[in-house]
Design a protein around this ligand. Structure first.
Ligand code: ANZ
Ligand code: ZN
Length: 862
């Protein structure tokens, strides 16, 4: 047979699928629905390998589920608003809209050449007026429901460019273009009330079993519920105030308090600074350095003594000083803390710097408490010491005792303390002083205040005639767009010129896909059929914000009557990155993989520049990035090998949640496998009739082929794509060996061989759909494989085919694997080495030994 020609076959099959509208999801169907979605891309210009991996995974699931009889929804769109389009406008004088839609066109055709089973008739771009019209309608709904409101909040202000900067435009406290020190300015901005749902967003995480544990933990930490105490401390020298209230989660450590500290923006700090220029200067310095949690985390602890003293809530004779400190946040708790240096590292650093006492109040039974805190804070468990009536108690008991006593003690005519649940989660500020985003549909009137834009005036369209030759938001200096009549009084008014955070755009697109052309945000019954998304797939970099905002939006859309569910994504999978070796020349410049040739001699790999032969240093394996030039362009791979090879390699080497190392050798291997499947399909005997009985050789082959079919189905359901690849390899080997025996066409073995070839093509079809169609036709089928059902494995052939082996790591069970009964130790070892449960259990320790007890158990010794 001739070699399989991917470059010729792939576009041909893509055209065929498109002609038959195979992947367009009909409006109604008797079949059960299944919604699989990959995070939609930002149209940056070109598809990269990370996209290919992400979409290949989703496509395997989509094609498999379709073959299993589901009505599959698998749409694609563009997260199309955002800053890069405006940067392109400034740098290259191209309009953000033109830039964005050109990129979309390029990337759409790239995605099409990968052969994804997408319903392109549902394509949306968030910058399409049809899309953002509905987003504006949603905003008005949230406004009416009290879930959107306005308040003052800080922004980064570049005093040279006279413009607001996004956080990513502030580099080391300076404007990225001007280099000027960035100031904090207060602007009135729009907020969405995500905090209304804090309790539910936290609690419901426990009802998402098909989410990775680590993502749920990250969300929990972000929402950050803590239980503590608000404690009022009386000022010993009352001046501008009589007390300071602090929030603490460790009231048990109260006798270890050696100072109070307030945030730079705390009213007490401002009051004291009025008569103290040095304190004022310190406060300003704190503000300049930024007061975000991230900025404070890394900054050196600094403080300024206000001269004030407060009295200990249990003993007025104990007085402690009050500082203004840069590590206290104004918008958390009360913006004031008591410092307990012995048991909090930040307080420890602070106390060491300013010579404040470090008194241990918690220590494990019998420990030398002073030694415990000699070099750093102790935050472990123990019993109370140096704490009067608390001594000997556990920290939990001490917490309760302090709370009980202070709740019933009084200061003035109120309790000294009250219990308080605190949340780290803040309301979501969505105002951006940017052009390329969804306009906030509000009109400001001097006499009536902010008015919602009338519904029948939506969408508030972005004007096209804008220029980027001056800093700032072009909408601010566009009078014919900006100046309008007040919808309430008809007097002169101005449009809101801020646009929405682009995270809003991506917080509901999955719902819009269910009825992408509706004249309302969703069609509730249609949304009800599809939501929640059955399987969502994307990068772990979105584990917090995007997913949390989407969870909030789904709840808000339920409140406002657009969907019937709380949770957007029933199943979530976060895939690993595509990584590649890096290369450097003698001058230390990064060199692209395409410019070098690798040779291997005596087990040593060497790199040299193609052409000059100059030796090149082989560096670490890292995430593909432009700056390190270790990027492989999907287009080059598609040109050389075709989409199927790229897709197969992407999913073959490592478990999908881990990084995959892109190597030329790996791609070559995948390419050889493509040809192999093609040969096997062509060499298989043509459709013999099913014999009455099967001999040993035929039965052995059927066990393997039915076993592989069943395993692959199960593994796709669990997104263990690399195991599917292993099963396909095994089957191809078995079939190849069997075919070498060349039986007569009538024999039972011929039947088993043909069946094995069909199963092999079926197994690879979700991964390599073009090759599968071509091979399916070569096997004599007149229908498309994409249109035919996934066959059922014969249970009689499965019963003895496989065994389930528990996998232990150092004697503790971590996972189990299903392998064929005949699998040898070497292949079992290989599977075990790649198990995520095993790799995470051993961490970075080396594997010393893998003991395989055939058909019983596997033990990994690390
Ligand atoms: C005394 C103490 C002793 C504390 C100790 C901790 C350990 P979470 O769990 O995040 O709620 N804190 C309170 N408000 C703060 C603010 N605005 N800026 C910076 N830190 C603040 O953390 C609560 C703890 O963080 C509180 O408990 C307080 O320090 C600090 F051994 O009080 B603790
Ligand atoms: Zn008005």
């Amino acid at each position: 047979t001739e070699r399989y020609n991917a470059r010729e076959a792939e576009p041909r099959w893509q055209a065929e699928w498109e002609k038959r509208k195979l992947f367009e999801t009909a409006a109604t169907s008797e079949k059960p629905p299944y919604y699989v979605l990959e995070m939609f891309p930002y149209p940056s210009g070109r598809i990269h390998m990370g996209h290919v991996r992400n979409y290949a995974m989703g496509d395997v699931v989509a094609r498999y589920k379709r073959a299993k009889g589901f009505d599959v929804l698998h749409p694609m769109g563009w997260d199309a608003f955002g800053l890069p389009a405006e940067n392109a406008a400034m740098e290259r004088k191209v309009h953000p809209k033109a830039w964005t839609y050109e990129n979309i066109a390029t990337m759409r055709s790239q995605l099409k050449s990968i052969g994804l089973s997408l319903d392109w008739s549902r394509e949306i771009a968030t910058c399409d007026p049809d899309y953002y019209a509905q987003q504006q309608a949603l905003f008005l709904d949230l406004l009416e429901a009290g879930l959107a409101y306005r308040r003052k909040s800080k922004v980064n202000w570049d005093p040279v460019d006279n413009t607001v900067l996004a956080n990513e435009q502030v580099v080391d406290g300076r404007g990225w273009r001007s280099g000027a020190l960035v100031e904090q300015r207060e602007l009135t901005q729009w907020f969405l009330k995500i905090t209304d749902f804090a309790e539910d967003l936290l609690g419901a995480l426990d009802d998402l079993p098909r989410w990775p544990e680590k993502v749920r933990t990250m969300q929990k930490n972000w929402i950050g519920r803590s239980e503590g105490l608000l404690v009022r401390w009386a000022l010993a020298n009352p001046a501008d105030a009589t007390e300071i209230q602090v929030y603490t989660t460790r009231p048990d450590t109260l006798f270890g308090a050696s100072f109070l500290a307030v945030a730079a923006d705390h009213p007490i700090a401002a009051a004291r600074a009025q008569s103290n220029p040095a304190l004022q200067a310190f406060i300003e310095e704190c503000r300049r350095a930024g007061t975000s949690a991230a900025a404070l985390e890394t900054a050196e602890k600094m403080g300024y003594d206000t001269g004030l003293k407060v009295r200990h809530p249990f003993d007025p004779a104990i007085e402690v000083p009050v500082y203004v400190a840069n590590f206290v946040l104004m918008d958390y708790g009360t913006g004031a803390i008591f410092g307990c240096p012995a048991h909090d590292q930040r307080d420890y650093d602070f106390a060491s710097k300013y010579g404040l006492p470090i008194v241990p109040v918690v220590a494990p039974q019998g420990a030398d408490a002073q030694a415990l805190v000699a070099t750093h804070a102790y935050d472990g468990d123990g019993v109370m010491i140096n704490s009067r009536f608390l001594d000997g108690m556990t920290t939990d008991a001490a917490f309760e005792e302090v709370a009980r006593r202070l709740e019933s003690a009084t200061l003035g005519n109120a309790a000294v303390a009250e219990r308080k649940v605190n949340w780290r989660l803040r309301d979501w500020g969505i105002s951006r002083q940017r052009y390329w985003g969804c306009p906030i549909p509000v009109i400001h009137c001097e006499s009536c205040g902010p008015q919602p834009a009338p519904r029948d005036s939506l969408p508030v369209l972005l004007p096209d005639d804008v220029s980027f030759d001056q800093p700032g938001n072009p909408l601010d200096r566009h009078p014919t767009w900006r100046d309008v009549a007040c919808p309430a009084c008809g007097g002169p008014a101005r449009r809101e010129t801020d646009t929405m955070d682009t995270f809003v755009d991506s917080s509901w697109y999955f719902a819009r896909f269910t009825a992408p052309r509706a004249k309302t945000p969703t069609e509730k019954t249609v949304a009800g059929r599809w939501l929640p998304v059955d399987q969502y797939i994307g990068g772990v970099e979105h584990a917090i914000l995007h997913l949390l905002y989407s969870r909030f939006f789904t709840r808000a859309m339920k409140t406002t009557g657009h969907v019937g569910v709380d949770e957007p994504f029933a199943g979530l999978f976060t895939q690993g990155m595509v990584v590649h070796e890096t290369y450097k020349d003698a001058a230390g410049e990064w060199i692209a993989p395409a410019e070098i040739a690798i040779t291997e001699a005596d087990g040593v790999r060497r790199a040299a520049k193609i052409g000059s032969g100059e030796p090149i240093e082989i560096g670490a394996i890292e995430k593909m990035s432009k700056s390190k030039k270790n990027v492989v362009d999907p287009n080059d791979i598609l040109e050389t090998y075709g989409a199927d090879t790229a897709r197969w390699f992407m999913l073959s080497d490592s478990p999908p949640e881990r990084d995959v190392i892109w190597t030329e050798a790996g791609v070559e291997g995948a390419s050889r496998f493509v040809q192999r499947v093609w040969r096997l399909a062509n060499e298989a005997p043509m459709a013999p009739v099913e014999p009455e009985a099967f001999g040993d050789a035929a039965t052995a082959l059927r066990r393997i082929s039915h076993g592989a079919l069943a395993r692959v189905g199960e593994d796709i359901e669990r997104l263990r794509f690399n195991r599917c690849v292993a099963a396909a390899n095994e089957l191809a080997n078995a079939l190849g060996q069997s075919l070498a025996n060349a039986p007569s066409p009538e024999s039972d073995l011929a039947f088993a061989q043909r069946e094995a070839a069909e199963h092999l093509v079926r197994i690879v079809s979700p991964f390599m759909p073009h090759l599968a169609e071509e091979a399916w036709a070569a096997l004599g089928h007149e229908t498309l494989i994409a249109e035919s059902a996934w066959p059922k494995a014969d249970p009689a052939l499965l019963a003895t085919d496989t065994v389930t082996l528990p996998v232990q790591v150092n004697g503790k069970k971590r996972d189990e694997i299903v392998v064929s009964r005949e699998a040898d130790s070497a292949s079992i070892e290989k599977i075990v080495r790649e198990l995520a449960a095993v790799t995470s259990a051993i961490g970075d320790k080396p594997i010393r030994k893998i003991i395989v007890v055939p058909q019983r158990i596997v033990n990994v010794v690390a």
